[in-house]
Write a protein that binds this ligand. Structure first.
Ligand SMILES: Nc1ncnc2c1ncn2[C@@H]1O[C@H](COP(=O)(O)OP(=O)(O)OP(=O)(O)O)[C@@H](O)[C@H]1O
Ligand SMILES: Nc1ncnc2c1ncn2[C@@H]1O[C@H](COP(=O)(O)OP(=O)(O)OP(=O)(O)O)[C@@H](O)[C@H]1O
Ligand SMILES: [Mg+2]
Ligand SMILES: [Mg+2]
Lengths: 256, 256
């Protein structure tokens, strides 16, 4: 059975896609067969691994609203052991369509259950909201990973995210566990970043992951080349930090 | 009649809240009586001007789902000519409640029409989505202002935003006009930012506003003090740039 990790935070622009894509790619490069699922109608994860969201054979939308098993596409080129269930623009329509269905919160969980047992890990990228697409992702997951930018506004929203996770655990998926909080776009030269980090350590001592992801322009360039950082610039800080983060995450998942 | 400006982009973390708050504050400081409307359940604009989203007498939620006129609160302290219609956490519930109503897209427009003619400008901060709350904001507005981070992923989503505006103009509000695109968090030292700026100039020559907002830590510190940049650090680059942007916006609104 694969470990299913949902990368979520309703705060926008905190590094959800960057973390989901680079975690999935690093898991693949370490020899774990990994599926990346793009649940965001923006389809940023899809284009960050080089696929065109407007030109897909099958997508997450199909997996959610039809009875066919999900059809993942192997990510070509250098990426090892990586497959993608891509997002297309009609995924935004799935929100409305799912609202009228029975057990609408379980659509993704049901769909992923139909995948043969070929993956070791499944990583889900979520939109910046607590909508039905995010609820589906949390219900389908074993773990939730929360990226947090080292900024004041991102810190504020964290308690709401925690409330949401508790609600999901009570009503839909008791086994959902918090994998951890990862600090992203960290710029150690600013007081603000240091203060936010101190606050995160104080408020979530057990759950703040040790690996920090620094702000680095190479990370924001990589998506324009359709490649995870590991394959865009293997010697960059971003690449090393996402490999470290991935090893830390494997360790947390294995401990349970 | 007030000029109603909706600040929107479904891409997360591009500076919507920072732009809405500082535009509204700058309009107030230039002598225009301004109402800031927080339509994002994250309530970032509400806390960025020093109010507590968990401790409100009235909110945007009430304005949308009850028949009472909206009750704005004057923003205390140094902010001149600024009032706020704050967001509370139950605004997320309004999404579901509005879906079952007749003419659900017009709830905010109807509500704002009940305000006496006391404001010169109304500025609306939107969530990072194309949900019913964002549609309400676009339908209620005369102008839409789109902040775009000088990053690749933010550029990708712009065409979808334009499609959404066209849809709103056709189906709900023919008078909605694109005020312009404002480049935010610009760091001129990186090639990526220069390339994205070139691309924006090429793709939207008529609509890209001249004023650039640079990346500056003072801007991201200000919300933690509950103050717009104008009152947190009046001599900062951020403060000057948002004043310049505001004058440019007043000029565009007046031209029509
Ligand atoms: N460590 C980093 N250093 C520099 N830039 C980064 C870093 N991580 C992400 N970025 C850039 O910051 C922007 C926001 O990141 P990303 O799109 O991954 O966030 P997100 O949470 O997925 O956004 P959304 O809420 O829209 O889904 C992107 O342009 C990305 O390339
Ligand atoms: N010019 C700037 N320089 C530095 N930091 C900035 C700048 N503008 C905004 N920020 C910071 O970047 C983060 C994202 O900005 P903001 O929250 O305004 O974006 P948003 O589009 O409203 O996000 P969301 O999609 O979650 O609503 C915030 O922490 C903010 O303080
Ligand atoms: Mg994303
Ligand atoms: Mg915002």
């Amino acid at each position: 059975m694969p470990q299913i990790i949902c990368v979520s935070n309703q705060k926008g622009g905190v590094g959800k896609t960057t973390t989901a894509v680079n975690l999935a790619a690093a898991l693949g490069s370490l020899g774990h067969f990994t599926l990346l699922v793009d649940m965001d109608p923006q389809a940023n994860a899809t284009s960050a691994v080089g696929l065109d969201p407007n030109n897909l054979e099958a997508s997450t939308y199909d997996a959610l609203v039809t009875d066919e098993p999900p059809r993942a596409q192997v990510v070509d080129g250098e990426c090892k052991n990586l497959a993608l269930l891509p997002a297309s623009i009609d995924l935004a329509g799935a929100e409305i369509e799912l609202l009228e269905r029975e057990e609408r919160e379980y659509a993704l969980k049901r769909s992923l259950a139909r995948l043969e047992d070929i993956y070791d890990y499944i990583v889900i990228d979520c939109p910046p909201s607590l909508s039905i697409l995010t609820i589906n992702s949390l219900v389908a997951a074993d773990w939730v990973l929360i990226p947090v930018q080292a900024e004041y506004l991102a810190l504020e929203g964290l308690s709401r995210m925690m409330l949401m996770i508790q609600k999901i655990q009570k009503r839909y998926q008791a086994d959902l566990k918090l994998l951890g909080i990862v600090t992203t776009m960290f710029d150690g030269r600013t007081n603000l970043a240091q203060q936010v980090l101190e606050e995160l350590k104080r408020a979530f001592p057990e759950k703040l992951l040790h690996t920090l992801i620094s702000r680095s322009v190479r990370l924001s360039e990589a998506p324009s080349f359709g490649k995870p950082i590991l394959y865009y610039d293997p010697r960059s800080t971003g690449s090393e930090q996402y490999l470290d983060l991935t090893r830390e995450i494997i360790h947390v998942c294995d401990e349970e």
